[in-house]
Design a protein around this ligand. Structure first.
Ligand code: PAF
Length: 285
């Protein structure tokens, strides 16, 4: 694996490859890598000739500065994992490389209602920050394909919208969420949970499965009330949302039967750690 810290060096490396028609897959990350990230690398490797991974903890997408400060940084281990996964290129820029003129947003991305609900509602400006950095990274890497995880379902929708707004031709591929044996969705934030909390956190997945099992018989509002109570009784101190939405546009659903594809989404705090997860309700699995 070749490591680049500057845009210039990375682009020089990729330039000839692109001119020779070599396809480039891109996996943007904020580091603290786990098997979920590595599954994106491996998906990229099956579809593209070269895989570029970036590690950059983007300050502009954290609405809570404490969350930014506490974000786990495990760069040596990340490099080791990427080498084992046979990633071709790691882009590891400094904040100055990405934001030479400072972090102030210069573009307002027109995300419409997508940024007014769920993550957008509870993390104001978060998606503007995500778009800002992903737009910059896409301009630098100009990949053929971009790989993101379903765990950040709304983020995938936002970035799809970003591709439409900007006219960038990269194809977005969404990979399934990887889970621990306990069902807990893999996440860099899990590193901040102790073993007891990791066990408690499995209630999120159990709740999503409960919604899936009952969504054809019970009203969304009843399921949401039951699951909210279940999370609170199992040690979660704050629930940002439990939602059952149209999987195509994230509009909340109110009726039991629906011909629309459905997704259930949860965001909740356990011992100060904010965890999110989701489950497609009409999948066979
Ligand atoms: O999902 C993430 O890790 C981040 O939001 C991303 C896409 C790397 C942008 O900083």
């Amino acid at each position: 694996m070749i490591l680049f810290k500057t845009i210039d060096a990375l682009q020089k490396h990729l330039y000839n490859k692109k001119n020779n028609g070599i396809s480039i897959g891109f996996v943007p990350t904020m580091g603290a890598l786990h098997q979920g990230h590595l599954s994106l690398i491996s998906m990229s490797k099956t579809k593209c000739a070269i895989t570029v991974c970036s590690i950059f903890v983007n300050p502009t997408q954290f609405n809570d500065s404490k969350d930014f400060e506490k974000y786990p940084i495990t760069i040596e281990n990340d490099i080791r994992l990427l080498e084992l996964a046979q990633c071709d290129v790691l882009f590891l820029p400094s904040a100055n490389e990405i934001y030479p003129k400072g972090t102030a947003l210069t573009t307002q991305y027109q995300l419409g209602y997508l940024e007014t609900l769920l993550e957008g509602k509870f993390r104001p400006h978060h998606f503007q920050g995500v778009c800002q950095v992903v737009h910059t990274l896409l301009d630098i890497v100009t990949p053929d394909m971009l790989f993101l995880g379903q765990k950040d379902y709304q983020q995938c929708m936002v970035i799809q919208q970003l591709l439409v707004i900007t006219g960038i031709k990269t194809q977005l591929m969404m990979a399934p969420t990887l889970r621990e044996n306990s069902g807990l969705a893999m996440s860099s934030r899990n590193m901040r949970l102790n073993d007891v909390d990791k066990e408690k956190a499995t209630v999120i997945y159990q709740s999503l499965k409960y919604i899936k099992q009952n969504c054809n018989d019970k009203l969304p509002s009843d399921l949401i009330a039951t699951v909210t109570e279940q999370l609170l009784q199992n040690g979660f101190e704050k629930i940002d949302y439990v939602a059952i939405c149209n999987a195509n546009d994230l509009q909340p659903l109110t009726n039991i039967k629906s011909n629309l594809p459905r997704v259930a989404l949860i965001a909740a705090f356990l011992n100060g750690v904010r965890l999110i997860d989701n489950l497609l309700l009409d999948d066979a699995s």
